[in-house]
Design a protein around this ligand. Structure first.
Ligand SMILES: C[S@@+](CC[C@H](N)C(=O)[O-])C[C@H]1O[C@@H](n2cnc3c(N)ncnc32)[C@H](O)[C@@H]1O
Length: 373
C-alpha cells in the first residue's frame, strides 16, 4: 500500500512518553495512549500540554479493557508491556478486538535466550530472600559489579540502559512478573489469538542470508526452511536475542510482503530507512561502501556494496521506482544488460538487510505480492 499518514493510532501501555512522542512525530495521526499507571497518564498529559499535542488523547485504562473506548485502530503499538501481564493472552486478545481488519499491530516482547542471565539472577535473589529496601537494592547493585565478564547477565548489564538505574534493576530482578517468548512460542501465541506474523521490525538478525551465517555451510540448508522454522533456527544460532519486535496482522487479513518474482518489483518505490547509513571508511577489499542499519546490534550485520550498487542506493529518493533507478544507473554501468538481474538480487538484499522498505502501490495490480508466512 502507499505510505500514508492520518492513521488512528493506539499506543497501548504507553508509559510516560511513548504516546506523546508518537503524536509529535506523526502530527496527522490521531493518537490515543492508554496506561494503567496513573503517574504515566499524568506525565503524558503534561507532555501533551507542553508540546501542544492536539492530536493526542490519553486514558487511564488497562489494556484488557481497551474495548471500552469503543474505537478501532489502523495501527497499534504495544512494546514492552504484554510480557508483564498476568495473562498476556487476555491483553493480546483485547488488542486484536480493536485492530481494524487491515490494521497493523507492532509488538515487542522479551525473548528468552538473551535474558538467561536475568532469569538466573531472579532465582538468585529469590534464594537469598532479597527485599526492596534501598539498602538491599544498593547491596545488590554492588554485588553485581563482581559478576565475571562472561556471566550471561554481564552483557545486558553493560548494554541495556534499563540496568543502569537502581529502580529498573530492582524491577527486573525483584519483581519477576515477566515471561519471554522463543520464536516458536511467539508464533503459537499469535496463532492462538487469531493473528498472523507479518515481519520483524528488523529482519536481518533473523535471516541466515545476512551476516556471518551466510558464510557457513548451513546457510543454504537454513534458507530452505519455512519462514517460522528458519527464524527459530537462527534465534538458536544467534543465541543472545533478548527481545522480539514484530508487526502482526489479523489472521484473515490480506496484508502481504514484497517479493521479487514476476516483474512487479520493478515498480516498487524504495524508501531508505532513517537508521540506515552509508560508511565510506575502513572498507573491506573491493567495496565502494558499507551499508549499516544503526539499530542492528549484531556486529556482523554490515553490507558491503560495489560502485554500481552504491549508485543505486544513492538514486533512491522515495520517488523513483526500481526500474527508474536501473535506468539512471545504466548510463554509467559497463554491462547494462545484466543490470536488471543484478538489481533484483541487490534490492532483495537491501530489503533483507533492513536498508529499505517499498511503496508497492503501483505494483499492486501485478499479482506480485505473496504472504511469506
Ligand atoms: C516497560 S513500560 C513500556 C512503556 C512503553 N510502551 C515503551 O515501550 O516505552 C510498561 C508500561 O506498561 C504499563 N502497563 C503494564 N500493564 C498494563 C496493563 N495491564 N494495561 C495498561 N498498561 C499497562 C506500565 O504501567 C508501563 O507504563
Amino acid at each position: 500500500m502507499p505510505y500514508r499518514t492520518g492513521l488512528q493510532a493506539l499506543i497501548a501501555g504507553c508509559g510516560t512518553s511513548q504516546a506523546a512522542r508518537h503524536a509529535l512525530r506523526q502530527p496527522d495521526d490521531a493518537v490515543v495512549g492508554i496506561d494503567f499507571s496513573a503517574a504515566s497518564v499524568r506525565h503524558s498529559e503534561t507532555l501533551k500540554r507542553k508540546y501542544n499535542l492536539a492530536n493526542l488523547e490519553v486514558h487511564h485504562l488497562p489494556i484488557e479493557r481497551v474495548g471500552e473506548l469503543g474505537r478501532c485502530f489502523d495501527k497499534i503499538v504495544c512494546t514492552g508491556v504484554l510480557h508483564h501481564l498476568p495473562d498476556p493472552d487476555a491483553g493480546l486478545a483485547a488488542l486484536r478486538e480493536v485492530l481494524q481488519p487491515g490494521g497493523a499491530l507492532h509488538l515487542m516482547v522479551y525473548a528468552p535466550y538473551g535474558r538467561a542471565g536475568v532469569y538466573m539472577l531472579q532465582e538468585y535473589c529469590r534464594r537469598l530472600g532479597i527485599g526492596h529496601t534501598d539498602a538491599e537494592i544498593r547491596d545488590l547493585a554492588v554485588t553485581l559489579t563482581a559478576l565475571p565478564r562472561a556471566h550471561p547477565l554481564a552483557r545486558l548489564l553493560a548494554e541495556s540502559p534499563d540496568f543502569q538505574r537502581k529502580d529498573a534493576l530492582a524491577d527486573a530482578l525483584l519483581n519477576p512478573q515477566d515471561r519471554a517468548y522463543s520464536v516458536p512460542q511467539l508464533f503459537d501465541w499469535l496463532t492462538r489469538n487469531e493473528l498472523r506474523f507479518g515481519r520483524w521490525v528488523r529482519q536481518a538478525p533473523y535471516l541466515a542470508q545476512c551476516g556471518a551465517l551466510a558464510q557457513t555451510p548451513h546457510a543454504a540448508r537454513l534458507a530452505t526452511l519455512p519462514p517460522a522454522e528458519h527464524y527459530a533456527a537462527v534465534e538458536l544460532l544467534r543465541g543472545v536475542m533478548a527481545r522480539h519486535s514484530l508487526i502482526v496482522y489479523h489472521a484473515a487479513s490480506r496484508n502481504s510482503l514484497p517479493h521479487f518474482d514476476g516483474a512487479g518489483w520493478l515498480k516498487y518505490r524504495p524508501l531508505r530507512l532513517p537508521e540506515s547509513v552509508v560508511v565510506r571508511e575502513r572498507l573491506p577489499a573491493g567495496a565502494a561502501a558499507v551499508l549499516i542499519n544503526q539499530a542492528h546490534t549484531d556486529p556482523d550485520l554490515f553490507l558491503p556494496v560495489d560502485r554500481v550498487e552504491l549508485r543505486q542506493v544513492e538514486a533512491i529518493d522515495g520517488q523513483r521506482s526500481i526500474a527508474e533507478i536501473i535506468q539512471q544507473v545504466a548510463q554509467h554501468a559497463r554491462n547494462s544488460s545484466t543490470l536488471q538481474q543484478q538489481a533484483r538480487y541487490f534490492f532483495t538484499r537491501l530489503w533483507q538487510w533492513d536498508q529499505v522498505v517499498f511503496d508497492a502501490a503501483d505494483a499492486s495490480g501485478e499479482k506480485n505480492e505473496r504472504s511469506l508466512t
